[in-house]
Each structure stands twice: as structure tokens, then as C-alpha cells.
Write a protein that binds this ligand. Structure first.
Ligand SMILES: NC(=O)c1ccc[n+]([C@@H]2O[C@H](COP(=O)([O-])OP(=O)(O)OC[C@H]3O[C@@H](n4cnc5c(N)ncnc54)[C@H](O)[C@@H]3O)[C@@H](O)[C@H]2O)c1
Length: 247
């Protein structure tokens, strides 16, 4: 089960963190991977890790906010490996920081930073692959979202959460639009993960399972949703959150 041999995946923001874990896991399950990141050296490090694991990947640098750059990066992937079957839009935290601030204290200059990476990046990547997926009658689209997008929190993530909510609602509509074309579209809502934003005092509360999440937790969910076996699952948001939010 969950054999991805022959699949071509494109993973945004996979130069480190959750995305790097996702790219490696997809490759370990048989996919070839376009490793996207804003930073070429980060993407190259993930490609090296994949190649060390005996699989194949290509550096596909782009800022996901830039549609032409996204088109070119997916073009690099398709030139190397063929049409993209699996899109994971994981980039979501702007590289210029993550100011946790309640809305009253947040400067308006920060408003756009989350929408650009999460929302515009999602549209740019999905737009580039959707026609090909529908024509080949197979596609798997996964948006890495956050529980901040579906529940209120007091930790200063209102604008980030609103951008993440947009990914989940876009997912529901796109899933219905493409359901008869063999394309599934799903979201993964992450909880508190063992990465940069957990360092804030505001997000130290432990999930119910008693540990923070890891890239491997995210990767396992992506491998499942990318698989042929997940063909009856679409338009859903899967919480990968250690029980911190139940639904
Ligand atoms: N870490 C958490 O606790 C947590 C919690 C909930 C959701 N998430 C979500 O998980 C995803 C991954 O988070 P992470 O913790 O691994 O982040 P991270 O910051 O460790 O890694 C993200 C990668 O994305 C790249 N990136 C940033 N902006 C980009 C852009 N414009 N174009 C292309 N690449 C870009 C960065 O260079 C970086 O390598 C994000 O969507 C985030 O919102 C994370």
C-alpha cells in the first residue's frame, strides 16, 4: 500500500522543516520530487538527502508568491521527470519572521505577509498543475494548513489563521470542481510542531498525546493522501495535531 512509484511530486517550502520531511518521505515511497524553496541552498540540501536515500529529486527554486517563478520551477520539475501528479503546498511561514502579536498590537504592514505565502502561493501552484492533472485523470493536491485556521486562539495568530482558513475553504471548492477528473484535494491542519514557532512562550502548551509533532508526522499523512488508495478522500481537512483540537 501507499506505493508512489512513478509519481512526480512538487513540494513547496521543502528546504527545511515539515516540507523537507514530506519530500523525503514521498521519495522513499517511490516518487520523484521537485524540491521547491525560496533558498536554493536549502532546496539543494533536501535533494542531497533524497539522493543519499537512493531516490531522485531536483532543485526547483522559486518564491511561491511569484506566479512566473512558480511556473518556471514546476517546469524544471516536469522537464526532469514529467507531469506533476502530486502537489504539496507546504510553504506557509514567511522567511522574514513570524511576529506573534495580538491584532490590536499588530502593525498593518504585517497583514499581507501570510496571505502571500499561504494563499497566493496556493493559487499559483494549484493553477500551474490543475489542467495537467485533470487531463491525465490523476492528481493529488495537499495544502499544509494549521489548526489556527479552524479554531480561535489567543496566541497572536489571527492573520496567519485567516490565511490558513482560506486554504481549507479553497480546498473544499476545488475538490468538488475536480472530483470527476480523478483529482483529490485535501488539507492537513497541523497543531504544535517541533519547529521554529513552538519556541514562543505563547505556544508551549503540550498537545494531548504529550509531545509536539514532527516532520515525520506530517510526512505520513502526505504519503497517505498522495496515494492511489486515498482516492475516496477529497475536500477534507485532516488534523495532524496530537489531539490538541478534536473534531
Ligand atoms: N511549525 C509549526 O509549528 C507549524 C504549525 C502549524 C502549521 N505549520 C505549517 O507547516 C508548514 C511548514 O512549516 P515549518 O515549520 O516546516 O516552516 P519552516 O519555516 O521551518 O520551513 C518553511 C520553508 O519554506 C520556505 N519558504 C518560505 N517562504 C517561501 C516562499 N515565499 N516561497 C518558497 N519557499 C518559501 C522557507 O525558506 C523554509 O525553508 C507551513 O505551512 C506552516 O504554516 C507549521
Amino acid at each position: 500500500m501507499f506505493d508512489l512509484t512513478g509519481r512526480v511530486a512538487f513540494v513547496t517550502g521543502s528546504g527545511q522543516g515539515m516540507g523537507a520531511g514530506v519530500a523525503l518521505a514521498l521519495a522513499q515511497h517511490g516518487a520523484v520530487v521537485g524540491v521547491n524553496d525560496l533558498f536554493e541552498d536549502r532546496a539543494a540540501a533536501t535533494v542531497e538527502a533524497i539522493e543519499r536515500a537512493g531516490a531522485r529529486a531536483v532543485v526547483a527554486t522559486a518564491d511561491v508568491r511569484d506566479r512566473a517563478a512558480v511556473d518556471a520551477a514546476i517546469g524544471v520539475t516536469e522537464t526532469a521527470f514529467g507531469p506533476v501528479d502530486v502537489l504539496v503546498h507546504n510553504a506557509g511561514i514567511p522567511t522574514d519572521g513570524f511576529p506573534l502579536a495580538r491584532f490590536r498590537d499588530l502593525d498593518p504592514s504585517n497583514w499581507e505577509r501570510w496571505m502571500g505565502v499561504n494563499y497566493t502561493g496556493m493559487l499559483n501552484t494549484a493553477k500551474r498543475v490543475i489542467d495537467g492533472m485533470c487531463e491525465q485523470r490523476f492528481g493529488r493536491i495537499i495544502f499544509v494548513s494549521s489548526e489556527a485556521g479552524r479554531t480561535g486562539m489567543g496566541m497572536g495568530v489571527a492573520c496567519y489563521g485567516a490565511a490558513k482558513a482560506a486554504t481549507m475553504q479553497f480546498c473544499r471548492h476545488l475538490a468538488i470542481e475536480t472530483a470527476r477528473d480523478g483529482v483529490t484535494v485535501n488539507c492537513i491542519a497541523l497543531g504544535r510542531m517541533s519547529a521554529n514557532i513552538v519556541t514562543s512562550e505563547l505556544v508551549r502548551a503540550m498537545p494531548a498525546v504529550g509531545r509536539f509533532g514532527s516532520p515525520a508526522d506530517v510526512a505520513a499523512a502526505c504519503v497517505y493522501l498522495a496515494s492511489t488508495e486515498a482516492g475516496f478522500v477529497t475536500g477534507q481537512t485532516l488534523g495532524v495535531n496530537g489531539g490538541s483540537v478534536t473534531s
